[in-house]
Design a protein around this ligand. Structure first.
Ligand code: ADP
Ligand code: MG
Length: 277
């Protein structure tokens, strides 16, 4: 396959709101207004945008968890939204998702082994195969095979997100869509999880679509960033370019929201006016 791993073409998603009056047409939310981009295999695209800009809608359409109003999602050349059910089930091996909330996204009544193996079970893998692969992936994310017997409440937020990443890895996917994977975590833990995702990419050649409202987070991991604003991509480019020359007004606010690195301590000889601030 020579084309891009993921091609998103002119995606539109309208949500109908409940009808307020019997005879009036129901209102609509235009969550996505024609979004297009491609991701080459082994690369990572960051999607940044404020709350309500359509990021999670985009993630759900790319994951084929919901249908677009119009437009196409092609993974490895296959149009996911026109695939017959059984073919889509098999194709799901190639794309997995990591959600924001490491508490809500893991079923508290299931062992880590059940949680991590679930995508393999859905692919019809044998019990032995599931166990072998689950042990491999928990170790790949820095946990122990003995952790498979435990339950989610026995882990910290950062460890739970490692479990979620292990589950996403278990089918050896080509693409991982991560929707705000570190926003619920402490800043110190965020860097550890992002570094892990980066290491896994180097090791397994994974392609990421990483969603965040935080430009610093996507900068950490992504070669290319698309800024989503009111359901449209308003600009796209390498993160360094967006930081240096933001073109859209909203990108400027995002750049301004990223804390600057600590300024160097002024030398004792400098006058206060020569030091920063
Ligand atoms: P983000 O993830 O960037 O915060 P979302 O994709 O969740 O944005 O939402 C985009 C817009 O679509 C918002 O206006 C949101 O209220 C609306 N929306 C999202 N999901 C639904 C739904 N199931 N029904 C109706 N409106 C929705
Ligand atoms: Mg969201």
């Amino acid at each position: 396959m020579n084309g891009p791993l993921l091609e998103v073409e002119n995606l539109v998603k309208d949500y109908s709101l409940p009808r307020e009056k019997l005879l009036r047409a129901p209102g609509k939310v235009h969550a996505l207004r024609g979004v297009s981009f491609t991701i080459q295999a082994g690369r990572s695209l960051g999607i940044v945008g404020e709350s309500g800009s359509g990021k999670s809608t985009l993630a759900r359409l790319v994951m084929a968890l919901d249908r677009p109003t119009s437009g196409r999602v092609r993974l490895l050349g296959q149009d996911l939204h026109t695939l017959p059910r059984e073919a889509l089930r098999q194709a799901r091996r190639d794309f997995q998702m990591v959600f924001q909330d490491p508490y809500g996204s893991l079923d508290p009544r299931q062992t880590v082994e059940r949680i991590v193996s679930e995508p393999l079970a859905a692919q019809g893998e044998s019990r032995t195969g599931q166990h072998r692969r689950a042990s491999e992936v928990v170790e790949a994310v820095g946990l122990r095979a003995s952790d498979l017997r435990k339950y989610p409440h026995e882990f910290s937020g950062g460890q739970r997100q490692r479990i979620a990443i292990a589950r996403a890895l278990v089918t050896r996917p080509r693409l991982i869509v991560a929707d705000e994977p570190v926003s619920a975590l402490d800043v110190s833990v965020q860097a550890q999880v992002l570094n892990l995702m980066q290491d896994l990419q180097a090791e397994f050649g994974i392609t990421y679509m990483l969603i965040s409202h935080d430009l610093a987070v996507v900068h950490h991991l992504c070669d290319d960033v698309a800024v989503l604003w009111q359901g449209r991509i308003v600009e796209q480019g390498p993160p360094e370019r967006l930081f240096a020359q933001p073109r859209h007004e909203y990108t400027r606010t995002l750049v301004a929201a990223v804390p600057e690195p600590e300024p160097p301590r002024p030398s004792p000889l400098a006058t206060p006016f020569e030091s920063r601030g």
